[in-house]
Design a protein around this ligand. Structure first.
Ligand code: HSE
Length: 434
């Protein structure tokens, strides 16, 4: 008799519901691709209303309120962890691996924090632990770096890997939306994390970057070690000035191997030139741009958040595991490779071009003093515009782009400038990435 592969789903929120829909609606094509039926045997969620939605789609699925019951069920071969968070998810994945179940997770916070130990446990138990949906939703960034480019030496990975932040900045730029309204829309569309602070402060992108850095550079990086800034301080005036200078503001994550061997890792909003492909990645789209020593540039783009795109990645992992299991293949444990903890470049040592917006008193001599102070610190101005008293009350705005500067030197200079009577509000700084 033809064998079937049985799936147990833990967590039926936005992505979980997408997984249920994908497994049920695409059962035929999935079955053909696997070579056997992929059956959703059980779904667990504490919220009975969510389980009612599943029941309405297929009454034969076992519905449970305790996710820990899924992992010990005899009728489950693959456990899908979509409960999110770290502590409970960690215990759940461990319990599943200890019960010799294969696991698929979309949990970037869990992998960034506990990935090393979990992959070791998976290997010890002869189980798979797949995680394509943990980074950039529908984009197969994990497979491309881990498998397609396995023969190359990765030089850099740059990307837009938080859909909520990109959606907010795009809505502000394209539709003039207010930050809070754009965030609400991103939450309603199912892009944001349960705690959207993780999205807008860069924490979610930091988790994903830690995973990408492990895959690309074998670097064991704790998310807390990555210099991280969110998009919460991007002002509509910055978006407008950037546009006039020929740039778009995007929420970027950067991982680059420097000649010194250290890693340049950072998450922050950045000015991207309009001619750069990343400038065209709008809304909830994500992109991952990889530079390989031999392949040169690769550019992947697609929806990085939302139920259906993320669910397709989750189910793709289940299909991979199912095919291996049916073929009787030994488990190919895909860990987060680690050559140990790398040196991470201090952000003060970054050499970059910068966008600056000063709020200054509208009086004679201010511009000369300001450019003099920057010049004394070796900061060279590339372009500049001044607008009379449109910003903070009684203040003029001066926006400028600098040539390359060491960030520590620039910040020292700005600190000195902001401590004079010249400025009426702290100066805004946004890095330029090109
Ligand atoms: N909250 C995440 C985002 C979901 O906005 O990108 C996908 O990981």
């Amino acid at each position: 008799m033809e064998r079937e592969i049985r799936v147990g789903l833990c967590g039926c929120g936005v992505i979980g519901e997408g997984v249920v829909t994908t497994l049920l609606q695409h059962a035929d094509i999935i079955g053909k691709r696997v070579g056997a039926p992929l059956r959703l045997a059980a779904v667990a969620d504490k919220d009975s209303a969510r389980l009612d939605i599943v029941r309405a789609q297929d009454p034969s699925i076992s519905l449970i309120d305790d996710a820990f019951e899924i992992v010990t069920r005899d009728d489950v071969d693959v456990v899908v962890e979509l409960i999110g968070g770290v502590e409970v998810a960690d215990r759940l994945v461990r319990a599943a691996l200890d019960a010799k179940k294969h696991v698929v997770t979309a949990n970037k916070a869990l992998l960034a924090d506990r990935g090393g130990a979990l992959f070791a446990l998976a290997e010890a138990n002869g189980c798979d632990l797949y995680f394509e949906a943990a980074v950039a939703g529908s984009i197969p960034a994990i497979r491309v770096i881990r498998e397609s480019l396995a023969a190359d030496r990765i030089l850099s990975v740059r990307g837009i890997i938080n859909g909520t932040s990109n959606y907010i900045l795009s809505s502000m730029a394209n539709d003039g939306a207010a930050f809070d309204d754009a965030l609400k829309a991103a939450q309603q569309a199912g892009f944001a994390e349960a705690n959207p602070t993780l999205d807008i402060t860069g924490g979610d992108a930091g988790h994903k970057l830690a995973i990408l850095a492990a895959l690309a550079f074998g670097a064991r990086v704790r998310p807390g070690e990555i210099p991280t800034e969110g998009i919460e301080n991007v002002d509509p005036r910055d978006i407008q000035y950037a546009r006039n200078f020929g740039y778009v503001i995007r929420p970027l994550a950067v991982a680059e191997r420097l000649e010194t061997g250290a890693l340049d890792l950072r998450v922050h909003p950045a000015l991207v030139p309009v001619r750069d492909p990343l400038a065209h990645v709008d809304g909830a789209l994500n992109a991952v741009a990889i530079q390989g020593a031999m392949v040169g540039p690769s550019f992947l783009a697609g929806l990085g958040a939302g139920a259906a795109p993320t669910a397709v990645s989750v189910v793709g992992d289940i299909i991979d595991i199912a095919k291996n299991a049916l073929a009787g293949a030994p488990v190919r444990t895909w860990s987060l490779p680690s050559d140990g903890a790398p040196e991470i470049q201090a952000i003060a040592d970054l050499s970059s071009r910068y966008y600056l917006r000063f709020s200054v008193r509208d009086e004679s001599g201010v511009l000369a003093t300001l450019s003099g102070k920057l010049g004394n610190s070796g900061i060279s101005i590339e372009k500049m515009v001044q607008d009379a008293a449109t910003g903070d009350a009684g203040a003029a705005s001066i926006a400028m782009l600098t040539h390359h500067a060491r960030e520590g030197d620039l910040r020292d200079s700005l600190h000195a400038i902001d401590n004079t009577h010249l400025t009426t509000a702290p100066t805004h700084l946004i890095r330029i990435v090109e």
